[in-house]
Design a protein around this ligand. Sequence first.
Ligand code: TRP
Length: 335
Amino acid sequence: MDNASEKRKVILSGIQPTGTVTLGNYLGAVQNWRKMQEEFDCIYFIADMHALTVRREPQEFRQTSLSFFAQYLACGLDPKRSIIYFQSHVHQHAELQWILNCNTYVGEASRMTQFKDKSAKHADNINMGLMDYPVLMAADILLFQTDLVPVGIDQKQHLELTRDIAIRFNNRYGQTFTVPEPYIPTLGAKICSLQDPTVKMSKSDPDPNAGVSVIDDEATIVRRFKRAVTDSGSEIIMREDKPGISNLITIYAAIEGKTTDAVEREFEGSGYGDFKLKVGEAVAAKFKPIREEYARFMADKAYLQQTAAEGAQHAAYIAEKTLRKVKKKVGFVQF
Ligand code: TRP
């Protein structure tokens, strides 16, 4: 029952527009985000400002960002129910980040594992943004008085830092920010690469055969699954020494809404080849309406523009309320 006096919790998440939304992103995150719209006030944005911490070719970056937005919508994130927008369209993110910067220690930021990893990986471009990345994340989250942030293990440390910054600010200036909690959805599977099932399926994997995306066509999806790396033996069971088959079982179960036990029973006695084909076909069937919807959106730039503008406007309205409060608390002159 809807109770108007009971405020719904605010949940927020961003995704960097690089590559495309993969099967791993879909099953691990986006599918849950769609479901969360029923229960929470959801805010989903394209983290294009975060993506700029790595060198991007402008033309391609713009295209990928727009494509991501259309993929979000095609996956069922609904602009009528949720706030969906581009981070760079809402200037309050950068403004709050500055103030939070002045309440964050260099020592904290430089201790972040992702900063250290990325510095090693992009040794020729250790820019200020790379170190400031988690403070921008804190701004994203705190602007909206977010209650819950669905985070994977790789972003957990950044959420911890966000909490530290929020608590510090509240202690110094008085209650200003909601201190966010991590949200671990009950559903949600960790999907691994089809070529190396010991690593996560990543949208930035250089090997195209490592994953599939929600907008790949049926032939591509089926072909990638046929080529998926499997293990020795012939049994279709979840087992630690069978990471390839276990990954495929996990995918099929998540796509079909079945338990992994049920999938093992379903394919008892089948061969690997047949199983891989079935998984590929199931994934392709699931993604077909998404791919079609995506094509419709990409052909309708006016709709995308309008939707993005409305999303940004709504986000800015809420963000500005927090920002005004913050500016007042820190002592900026306000008339
Ligand atoms: N850093 C996140 C990632 O790469 C994306 C992100 C940016 C984010 N801002 C956020 C996630 C705020 C949650 C909340 O996955």
